[in-house]
Design a protein around this ligand. Structure first.
Ligand code: DQQ
Length: 538
């Protein structure tokens, strides 16, 4: 079974062919958004890594440019790995990235590159000055685990940036701080900014936020109410997690507000989303998050179809009023792709029933729905053994396991006979000794395809909500082989890759379902077909 070409995404970022992974150095420069990414120009597997480059006016329509950074100096001869951009006070953007400089082991150093011609808003050509590499691992650092420099921030005349690493034989994730006055000579601060017993930290990201303040803050912002988000990508577990905390720039230390935050694992996304990175967008005063979603198909299929990997829709990210977690929402520009709206209003879905949303094609769609529950009386009691493991809970209580309040939600990319369907849903529990309901959000792809050999993990996260007025919302971006969902206004997000064999293109259906014992009302559902933007010439 080879993946049908019609499962290629329509409006998620993708080059015409080949392998892609991490987002690199996203930035805004002279009216254009720039996006770089890890790319194999020769095939659909991870090797020969260079930096591909695309530009956009709106983060939705993309134009591909020439390769921006490829092996050309001793410091990057064997690979140009991930990195970030920093805009200097004079307005010049600089890129800092990891180079592999030895063939045998992947020995990692950090290089710098400047735009050749600052008056070219496309920033087509990048030059690597002769003083590269500019940061090399000192003797006490594991040189094979030393990569992914962040955007730098400036304070008191000094630049700082982070480099991801691992210590204690690889078991401890570490973010080292490097400081510089001239962006050329960098010195490590002896104690790391932060570390935790999680394994290697790839692609750290560190940025200021302020509770309830949806406008973003630029990297060097400061003030009495400023908090920080520290995100790391866990190499061993393949997901991104973050904490919210305070940053003491004198001590050069970061302390999570929740002392156990590194274990709790708040995640941007509980699905397929890795190596993410934010940037501050001065044009719209917001912080935007990019994240890579790999295929969950076999390598053989990736090679056969000739492409692998996409980027999630860029998300605006800001700190919730509670100060405890971030909220994420697809950038507003994506709404320009909407057409053919269909709505359902005040529609009660009885226990065990489902309703089809008709009048539009739903293989490439955006769906927003608000659900209303009349009472939480019938909620199931949460098994304390599963209370901390959303994924296992959802594995046991999948979409087809009847509950009290829920499971209710959407069946997307469903075939007409519903043999194939991916469920995105909520399920409400009551926990012993607690007034607050426990709300679970899941994506259950176990019935998503009749094709064999697919990796079909159930993804899940808890939603921190008291269900005000019995209400909860869901938004799902459907894009042929992508199901990207935002629960409760962006509190909990799940991106999943699925590869239907029947529910393809015009044969994809959309339903609202309720598999609980109590009625669920759809107060309002709006579904739109999504147009295909310009996508790198594909
Ligand atoms: N991918 C890059 C590394 C990074 C990893 C190499 C994360 O720089 O640590 O392609 O996916």
């Amino acid at each position: 079974s080879i993946v049908d070409p019609l499962l290629r995404t329509g409006y998620h970022f993708q080059p015409p062919k080949n392998w892609i992974n991490d987002p690199n150095a996203p930035m805004y420069y002279n009216g254009w958004y720039h996006f770089f990414y890890q790319y194999n120009p020769k095939g659909a597997v991870w090797e020969n890594i260079v930096w591909a480059h695309s530009v956009s006016r709106d983060l939705i329509n993309w134009e591909a440019l020439e390769t921006a950074i490829e092996p050309s100096i001793p410091g990057d001869k064997y690979g140009c790995w991930s990195g970030s951009a920093t805009t200097l006070p004079c307005g010049t953007p600089v890129i800092m990235y990891t180079g592999i400089n030895r063939p045998d082991v992947s020995y990692q150093v950090q290089n710098i590159a400047f735009p050749k011609n600052k008056s070219d808003p496309m920033l087509r050509e990048w030059v690597k000055p002769g003083h590269n590499p500019i940061i090399v691992p000192e003797a006490d650092i594991n040189a094979t685990q030393f990569r992914d420099p962040t955007t730098a921030w400036l304070s008191g005349g000094q630049w700082r940036l982070l480099i991801g690493s691992a210590a204690e034989g690889g078991s401890r994730g570490v973010a080292y701080v490097y400081r510089s006055r001239d962006f050329r000579r960098w010195r490590r601060v002896e104690r790391p900014l932060h570390s935790a017993a999680t394994g290697m930290w790839e692609c750290p990201d560190f940025y200021p936020v302020e509770a309830g303040y949806a406008d973003g803050l630029e990297a060097s912002a400061s003030g009495p109410k400023v908090k920080y988000v520290l995100k790391n990508s866990l190499d061993l577990r393949r997901y991104d997690y973050y904490t919210v905390g305070t940053y003491d720039e004198k001590a050069e230390r970061y302390v999570p507000d929740d002392a156990a935050g590194d274990e709790h694992h708040l995640r941007y996304d509980y699905g397929n989303f890795y190596a993410s990175k934010t940037f501050y967008d001065p044009a719209k005063k917001r912080r935007v998050l990019w994240g890579w979603a790999n295929e969950s198909d076999t390598r053989t299929h990736d090679v056969a179809k000739g492409w692998a990997g996409i980027q999630a829709i860029p998300r605006k990210v800001w700190l919730d009023f509670s100060g405890k977690q971030v909220l994420q929402w697809p950038i507003e520009e994506v709404e320009a792709l909407r057409h053919q709206p269909v709505t359902l209003k005040d529609k009660v879905i009885k226990p065990g029933k489902h309703v089809e949303v008709t009048g539009l094609q739903t293989a490439q769609a955006d769906v927003e729905v608000s659900f209303a529950l009349s009472s939480l009386e019938g909620a199931e009691t949460l098994d304390p053994a599963l209370a901390h493991d959303a994924e296992r809970l959802c594995g046991v209580k999948g979409a087809d396991v009847q509950g009290g309040i829920g499971p209710f939600g959407l069946w997307v990319l469903a075939s007409a006979d519903m043999q194939e369907r991916t469920a995105v849903f909520f399920r409400v529990f009551k926990a012993a000794g607690k007034d607050k309901p426990v709300v679970l959000m899941c994506t259950d792809p176990t019935k998503s395809s009749l094709n064999p050999d697919l990796y079909l993990p159930t993804f899940a996260g808890f939603v921190d909500t008291e269900l005000p007025d019995g209400k909860i919302s869901l938004r799902t971006l459907i894009d042929r082989s992508v199901v990207e969902s935002f629960g409760a206004g962006g509190k909990t997000c799940i991106l999943s890759r699925v590869y239907p064999s029947l529910a393809i293109d015009k044969n994809a259906h959309l339903y609202v379902f309720n598999n609980g014992k109590a009625d669920v009302k759809v107060s309002l559902l709006t579904a739109w077909q999504m147009k295909k933007p310009l996508m790198n010439g594909a």
